[in-house]
Write a protein that binds this ligand. Sequence first.
Ligand code: AMP
Length: 217
Amino acid sequence: MRMIMLGPPGAGKGTQAAILANTLKIPHISTGDIFRSNIKENTPLGVLAKSYIDAGKLVPDDVTVSIVEDRIQKPDCKKGFIMDGFPRTIPQAEKFDEMLEKIQAEIELVINISVDDAVIIKRMAGRRMCSCGRTYHIENNPPKVDGVCDACGSKLYIRDDDKEETVLERLKTYHAQTSPLIDYYENKGKLINVDGAKSIEETTKEIIAIIDKINEK
Ligand code: AMP
């Protein structure tokens, strides 16, 4: 299964992508995670990405596209992948189509998780991250021990770009640059909308039912 998770920041794309990757045994590719690990290691890519991420802006398309192009050629992507946070602009989507065509592959499904801006702003304030990639929410998805990752025991942290003023900027960026992808994939007959205001479990169930239906065809 080659699929894309689309939706505004804080819609639950990363949470769902991680669960689905585990269930479907295919890689979860998050461009945001790739940038964050480069920022942590202070690589040239990390230094460049940080200046955009902290401002709530998108990292330039050419940089992001070449990261994805390298990543999808790795052997673990042969059976498919779940893209989380890519593409985020029409030019990225067009480049993505071109690179998939080159390897004679195509996107089978785009899940668009929709959530109102007001819900997102509230959600982001409670979001907590772990350096191992797990994400939590203090109300909707709390860790067993306050402030500590269930999976690896590390201390949880708040993403710099989850500050309210950056979240507002990220939402602006989403509406201007990413939301046109809804029509882009709708026109290709690939898009299925999912209500992201439901619980994590309900949303996962809904997405798995959609995938099962596609696999039955
Ligand atoms: P995320 O973890 O997906 O919310 O991404 C965090 C930040 O990384 C975004 O707000 C962008 O600044 C940057 N980023 C992630 N994916 C992309 C992308 N496909 N294109 C441009 N910037 C991206």
